[in-house]
Design a protein around this ligand. Structure first.
Ligand code: GDP
Ligand code: MG
Length: 437
């Protein structure tokens, strides 16, 4: 989805004069992309009409602002599609709430349950986890392990096969223990089947959850709408969490999930670890969907990596596409220091985790040693002059490496610099929104 939309907008960027025809072509391309992603036809149609209303070509003075207006219109319509017009139930402290997690097996329920509990625990809640998945062997062990790691009380059984019974017992127990956020993890099965939905209906009926959260794997693509709708039809889904946003998927399925459940996305999962969990923020999500890169997220990541007084300059450089060797050096340093660099890079269009030298610390250190043998000029130039033979030899000698390794480093740099140059033209506005020229 993201790719096609980006393509459509890029094509439009190349058209000097925006006329009715160019606008229609762009809209048609986007429409096809959204339909392919199973966003409901009605919604897409609505969006198309709205954009045409906003972008009244006749009213626009000839000039450079048209493209900008069309882009903004598409952006704001996509944002609207992600906004069901109501917020999700928010648990209150010191008042018991029951939150039930549903979704297919492998969607990330058990992982996300713990993340959700951990997130609230840090905010001062008293969460507890109940394992009502009696279908999958090992389900209880998995929850137990997660819960123990986060020091969150849990309940489950190795022998009881009735999920409803365990769910009720667990909820009752934690209510007595004055937990204010009781989270019920459920089973998923491999595919959508009647018995699963009947089980979900029964667990919900017995535990009377204040909120049912539908957990969806961002990579399921076109299946999103049907899957979300199937769960919505058996239980009162009130919120959506999209997982595995650290992978390749841009999360286009979120549009379908929101449309099918009429519920907001509240969090996204960005990794397997407990703290790889973010409050859903519609604007950066849509920017990412459009392949525009999440500059505000980038700013967050830069905190603590680049000294505060240098951040503006750093972003300015990135937005100009000026990626120097030294910046690469800094990135490697932050990676070694703890920085989840892959997260940062996943927000920049065209840059992916694969571009980081296969994660191996040894390799990064090796690259850094070679960079240590470069001159300041070589490090700071954003368009490094051809590293000729004598320079390469000098660097190799200085760092005790061989020529081939220096060449490998230069290749790595070229890849990154190219990816960053895709960001050229992106600008940071005062409010953290991004825009383009
Ligand atoms: P469940 O069957 O719905 O309970 O799914 P699990 O919680 O067991 O997750 C299935 C797999 O997905 C596990 O290997 C998780 O570690 C992994 N997983 C869950 N959420 C994320 C995420 O946000 N990112 C990544 N990379 N992996 C995830
Ligand atoms: Mg599970």
């Amino acid at each position: 989805l993201g790719g096609r939309i980006t393509h459509a907008i890029h094509q439009m960027r190349n058209v000097t004069i925006i006329d009715e025809k160019a606008l229609n072509e762009c809209l048609n391309e986007i429409t096809r992309a959204l339909l392919q992603s199973d966003v409901s036809f009605t919604l897409v149609k609505e969006m198309q009409t709205n954009i045409k209303k906003i972008v009244n070509l006749e009213d626009l003075a000839a000039g450079h602002n048209k493209r900008r207006i069309i882009e903004q219109a598409i952006l704001s319509e996509l944002c609207k599609m992600l906004d069901p017009g109501k917020s999700a139930f928010a648990p209150k402290k010191a008042k018991p709430s029951v939150v039930m997690f549903v979704g297919l097996q492998g969607a990330g329920k058990t992982t996300t349950c713990t993340k959700y509990a951990y997130y609230h625990q840090k905010k001062g809640y008293k969460p507890a986890l109940v394992c009502a998945d009696t279908f999958r062997a090992g389900a209880f062990d998995q929850l137990k392990q997660n819960a123990t790691k986060a020091k969150i009380p849990f309940y489950g059984s190795y022998t009881e096969s009735d999920p409803v019974k365990i769910a009720v017992e667990g909820v009752d127990r934690f209510k007595k223990e004055k937990c204010d956020l009781i989270i019920v993890d459920t089973s998923g099965r491999h595919k959508q089947e009647a018995s699963l939905f009947e089980e979900m209906r029964q667990v919900a009926e017995a535990t009377k959850p204040d909120l049912v959260i539908f957990v969806m794997d961002s990579s399921i693509g076109q299946a999103a709408f049907d899957q979300a709708q199937a769960f919505k039809q058996s239980v009162a889904v009130g919120a959506v969490i999209i997982t595995k946003m650290d992978g390749h998927a841009k999360g286009g399925g979120a549009l379908s999930a929101v449309a099918a459940t009429k519920s907001p996305v509240i969090f996204i999962g960005t990794g397997e670890h407990m703290d790889q969990f973010e409050v859903f923020d519609v604007k950066p999500f849509v920017s990412r969907l459009l392949g525009m890169g999440d500059l505000s997220g980038l700013v967050d990541k830069l905190q603590g990596v680049v000294p505060k007084d240098q951040q503006a300059e750093y972003l300015e450089k990135i937005s100009k596409g000026n990626f120097s060797m030294r910046m690469m050096y800094d990135q490697y340093q932050s990676l070694l220091n703890a920085g989840p660099l892959s997260e940062l890079f996943s927000r920049v269009p065209g840059v992916s985790a694969q571009m980081i030298p296969s994660g191996s610390e040894a390799k990064i250190k090796k690259y850094m040693t070679m960079m240590d043998s470069m001159t300041n000029e070589e490090l700071d130039s954003s368009t490094p002059k051809a590293f000729n033979e004598s320079r390469i030899m000098r660097i190799a000698r200085g760092s005790g490496r061989i020529v081939r390794e220096v060449m490998e480093l230069l290749e790595e740099y070229k890849k990154l610099a190219k990816a960053f140059s895709n960001m050229k033209g992106l600008k940071m506005a005062k409010n953290g929104d991004m825009s383009s020229n």
